[in-house]
Design a binder for this molecule. Structure first.
Ligand SMILES: Cc1cc2nc3c(=O)[nH]c(=O)nc-3n(C[C@H](O)[C@H](O)[C@H](O)COP(=O)(O)OP(=O)(O)OC[C@H]3O[C@@H](n4cnc5c(N)ncnc54)[C@H](O)[C@@H]3O)c2cc1C
Ligand code: FES
Length: 430
């Protein structure tokens, strides 16, 4: 064999080996790629090449279709208790006018104007309260689920919650109530992005609407629910949530009991002993661009919302709603009014004529509502977001500016305290 032939054989053998290894390596990489692609399309369809399947998109609904003006009469069709301790009751509402119900966005609430008897003065009075819609849109009824509110622990001489106890004790099947149209900015956007819902106690209600809406479609969006309650006695809609988790592989249910009872089985009734907190989220969640929706009691909101921010979750991916006066201050997400925190505007005085108080406006107050409460002025509130009209107050003198455009249209000469601040000396009729 000549040296030329020998070199040719060596090259041919090397080429053959390279081709075999190359083909094998390509095949193995192809298999890995295919597995990754199918995993991605299971949980993050927007990242895959598959077309997005979206049966139902609340965002495409004509805005005009989603509201009525003023109050509409609804009849209570049925009442259903949702927890073992019977402290949460669902009220099914059908319109008295029998006209179709507008679609709402999952997470929005209804506002009720109730005629109740004041437990202290024994006089009749009007109270305005908001309750989240707890089922999906598109049905022939609306549903709200209301927790009976007791006096805070250790203060038994205070009256029980006015509206919630009125609902539980006085609102029976057939009762007619005045209701404002669905409203609110806390709702789940229609998209295929993965979502984490975090609910504490009765904060589960808007999440139920979100779950019932999106798990009812062919959308395989990944949804996690972390739901914190004391134990199985307090857990709302236990069987419904467990059934959803069984039926939908894209839904992960994570129940947390802070004080489990003996009959509560870890791994069956609940997945974690303790509260929902950031370390649990960090340990449990895969790294993905989740949208977070949070609704719960004040301590939970005050720890989880800033902790998500510190964890690096972009602010636009953190959505939250607080129920009632214990509302979380959004100041953590607010820019300082002026660079360096200095305020140049001249001092402003707010006078509450009904209470006979004149107080210098505090620039650190989020709104006139917070300011009034900080100074012990008795003031009504509901949504604390410009949506229900409960805090509407007459301006006797001066002007206000709105921090955010209100959804509720205040009467001429009035302002909504929860979303406004004074621009100059102000006299309010409270
Ligand atoms: C957008 C939104 C959605 C909501 N969704 C839901 C929902 O789906 N389900 C739900 O159950 N709730 C929901 N809420 C909360 C609901 O609107 C009410 O705030 C709640 O039912 C309590 O109202 P109440 O009239 O029963 O209690 P209130 O009469 O407002 O009393 C509240 C607490 O104050 C105590 N209290 C009474 N008088 C005094 C006093 N003088 N001094 C100190 N404390 C006193 C009471 O004992 C009670 O503990 C929501 C709230 C908002 C803003
Ligand atoms: S509290 Fe609802 S509009 Fe102000």
């Amino acid at each position: 064999m000549t040296s030329f032939e020998l070199i040719s054989y060596i090259f041919a053998a090397a080429f053959f080996q390279l081709s075999v290894f190359g083909t094998l390596a390509f095949y193995r990489h192809w298999q890995v790629y295919q597995t990754m692609k199918s995993n991605l399309s299971e949980f993050a369809p927007e990242l895959s090449c598959e077309p997005i399947v979206e049966d139902y998109s609340p965002d495409i609904i004509d805005e005009k279709q989603s509201v009525w003006t003023g109050l509409r009469k609804f009849r209570i069709d049925k009442k259903v208790f949702e927890d073992e301790s019977q402290s949460i009751c669902s009220f099914y509402l059908v319109p008295v006018d029998a006209q179709p119900l507008p679609i709402f966005k999952p997470g929005q609430f209804l506002t009720f104007e109730l005629a109740v008897t004041d437990p202290v003065s024994k006089e009749g009075k009007k109270v305005i309260r908001c309750y989240s819609l707890s089922d999906r849109p598109g049905l022939d009824h609306y549903r709200v689920s209301i927790k009976r509110v007791l006096p805070p622990a250790g203060s038994q001489n205070l009256p029980t919650g006015l509206a919630s106890n009125f609902f539980h004790d006085n609102v029976q099947q057939g009762e007619v109530l005045d209701v404002r149209s669905p409203n609110g900015h806390f709702f789940m956007e229609a998209s295929n992005r993965p979502v984490v819902l975090i609910a504490g106690g009765i904060g589960i209600t808007p999440m139920l609407s979100m779950l019932n809406t999106y798990l009812d479609t062919k959308n395989l969006r990944e949804i996690w629910l972390f739901y914190g309650v004391r134990n199985s006695t307090d857990q709302a809609m236990k069987m419904h949530l467990e059934a959803l988790a069984k039926e939908h592989s894209n839904f992960r249910l994570y129940i947390c009991y802070s004080k489990p009872q003996q009959k509560d089985n870890l791994g069956i009734d609940y997945q974690h002993k303790g509260r929902v907190d950031i370390s649990l989220l960090r340990l449990t969640l895969p790294l993905k661009p989740f949208q977070f929706y949070i609704c719960g009691p004040r301590p939970m909101m005050e720890t989880i919302v800033p902790a998500l921010d510190e964890w690096g979750v972009p602010k636009e991916n953190i959505h939250f709603e607080a129920f009632g006066p214990a509302s979380l201050s959004k100041s953590a997400f607010k820019k300082p009014l002026k660079e360096g925190g200095k305020i140049d505007s001249p001092p402003v005085t707010v006078t509450f004529s009904g209470s006979g108080k004149s107080i210098p406006w505090d620039e650190n107050s989020n709104s006139l509502l917070d300011f009034a409460e900080e100074n012990d002025i008795d003031v009504e509130s509901g949504c604390r977001a410009g949506g229900c009209g409960a805090c509407q107050t007459t301006i006797e003198q001066g002007e206000v500016e709105y921090i955010q455009a209100p959804d509720f249209d205040p009467d001429p000469g009035c302002c909504l305290l929860c979303v406004s601040r004074p621009t100059r000396d102000l006299v309010l009729k409270i």
